[in-house]
Design a protein around this ligand. Structure first.
Ligand code: NG6
Ligand code: CA
Length: 504
């Protein structure tokens, strides 16, 4: 008898599997992961000089977190944590990557998209990558560029390699650069000039947007904008900045339509409002705040289109939409684009000190919204301490799957906080900038550092101080009042805990 059952097992499985795993019940997940957007950049978070109705509507349909964080104050380390559930200091080489860097995610690691894949999801990334491509720096951009997103958990990818201000300024679908022309091969270098194309340094008269002095966005000129790094060839493959978001939005919308009958995990990694800010013509001049504000309006518009696509396809109710940013805001990050001169009283930092690159709050405390009309009560605000690093363990918990107990997994299961049932969140959180900080309850400790106090180029206070810093974020969200000296016991406890986790 047993052997008969064994014989028919595959058949029984095939017959009943669709019933057991009713794919329709699994929520889709759309992660809208944006670049350098500040806590105060949305009207939902108190911005008064800018209107972001589509993102605000998402917040109204779900939870607006007021103490939500990226893991780090720059892009690559935050994305490393989002993908792997590990703090970026667990691995060397997780700082801001050049455009020709090799892949930094271990292919053996359990990643967020792999987790979804294991649960039968279709998985895709559209937008900014910035986690490296290929086995090594030297690679042939004209051939198959791998490993990349497809090797670390995504079934589909349509990306650009690093940042919009770094070469190569091209899109890749899967392993291939789009628009490759064998007669005009692409070459990339971060060491020296290659080819004889004009650079921002030698031919500033060719620029349509000036680079800020000393930032270094003055290498190869592409679409009238000086970039970091040199590139030659691939003229047909080069993007036009004004089309980048329209391209990504189109791919994301198409993906949703094509996958409406399967559960999917779509990561939409927007480039706004990272430099160079060069929005589509229809947004130029619209915000009255320069191209940075216009880029935010373009982002808001795209969010509206994505949500509309979900609604039109009957998917919105059972889709978890996550909206958050990889790090805090910066005004002058390399170009004279009006972000400083046309700020007009807009405050991207909200009530917080610092900004992108900083250990102060504005470095990582970012807009953080989750909606899921079917399961999450709408109109909530939560001040639970939550971090993007926690999506991995929290979704694993939701799926009821055990993730391998890796010693260095820093991701925590805070599912109840993500769906608004718990308003406390993590017990503590470590964050990375030039130095590290640890927050426990409302107390935040920043490890002493000899780094510069203020970054001259970006005019951002970095949070570096040779002395211990302790702030009570409840009484002093702006971190004005260092109370380390008055609280030696708390300093000792937090410092020891941070040093232990950091492995120093
Ligand atoms: C910095 C660039 C900045 C931006 C950043 C990466 C200089 C002086 N500044 O090195 O313009 O590209 O890297 O931003 O080169 S991130 O959001 O991807 O981390
Ligand atoms: Ca960023």
């Amino acid at each position: 008898m047993q052997s008969i059952i064994n014989y028919f097992k595959p058949l029984i499985f095939l017959l009943f599997f669709p019933l057991i795993s009713n794919a329709q019940d699994k929520p889709n997940v759309v992660m809208i992961y944006v670049d350098d957007l500040g806590y105060g950049d949305l009207s939902a978070y108190g911005g008064t000089k800018i209107k972001t109705p589509n993102i605000d509507a998402l917040a109204q349909d779900g939870i607006r977190f007021t103490n939500g964080h990226s893991s780090a104050a720059t892009c690559t380390p935050s994305r490393y944590s989002l993908m792997t559930g590990k703090y970026p200091f667990r691995k060397s080489g997780t700082g801001v990557l050049p455009g020709d860097a090799a892949l930094i995610i271990d292919q053996e690691d359990l990643t967020l998209p792999t987790l979804f894949k294991q649960q039968g999801y279709e998985t895709a990334i559209v937008g900014k990558w910035h986690l490296g491509l290929g086995e090594q720096v030297e690679k042939d951009w004209n051939g198959s560029v791998k490993p990349g997103p497809l090797e670390v958990g995504y079934n589909y990818s349509y990306i650009f390699p690093a940042t919009a201000d770094r070469v190569p300024t091209v899109f890749l679908e899967g392993h291939s650069v789009m628009g490759i022309d064998p007669k005009d091969p692409i070459q990339v270098s971060y060491k020296e000039k290659i080819g004889n194309e004009p650079t921002g340094l030698e031919n500033p008269e060719l620029l349509k947007m000036k680079a800020s002095p000393n930032h270094g966005h003055n290498n190869t000129i592409i679409n009238g904008i000086g970039r970091i790094g040199w590139m030659t060839g691939g003229n047909q493959a080069r993007w036009v900045d004004e089309e980048v978001t329209l391209t990504f939005a189109d791919k994301a919308i198409q993906y949703i339509r094509e996958h409406k009958n399967k559960p999917f995990f779509l990561s939409y990694h927007a480039t706004e409002p990272h430099v160079p800010r060069m929005p589509a013509t229809m947004f130029k001049g619209k915000s009255g705040l320069g191209y940075r504000g216009d880029a935010i309006l373009q982002l808001d518009h795209t969010v509206g289109e994505i949500v509309r696509t979900l609604k039109d396809n009957g998917l919105y109710e059972n889709t978890i939409v996550i909206f958050t940013s990889d790090n805090g805001p910066v005004l002058d990050d390399g170009y004279e684009d009006g972000a400083v001169t046309q700020l007009n009283g807009h405050n991207p930092f909200g009530p917080f000190r610092g900004g992108k690159y900083s250990a102060f709050e504005a470095g990582t405390r970012v807009p953080f919204i989750i909606s899921w009309p079917k399961e999450i009560q709408k109109g909530q605000t939560s001040d639970a301490l939550v971090c993007q690093i926690d999506f991995l363990s929290s979704f694993a918990n939701y799926f009821g799957t055990r993730i391998p107990q890796i010693d260095e997994l820093d991701s925590e299961n805070i599912w109840e906080s993500f769906i608004g049932k718990d308003k406390t969140g993590r017990e503590f959180l470590v964050r990375s900038a030039g130095t590290n900080s640890i927050t426990k309850g409302h107390m935040k400790y920043i490890l002493p550092s000899k780094g510069q106090a203020v970054a001259k180029l970006t005019n951002i206070e970095l949070g570096n101080n040779p002395e211990d810093q302790l702030y009570d974020l409840e009484k002093d969200p702006g971190e004005k009042n260092n109370i380390a000296k008055q609280n030696p016991k708390i300093v000792k406890e937090l410092k020891e805990q941070l040093i232990k986790i950091r492995g120093l």
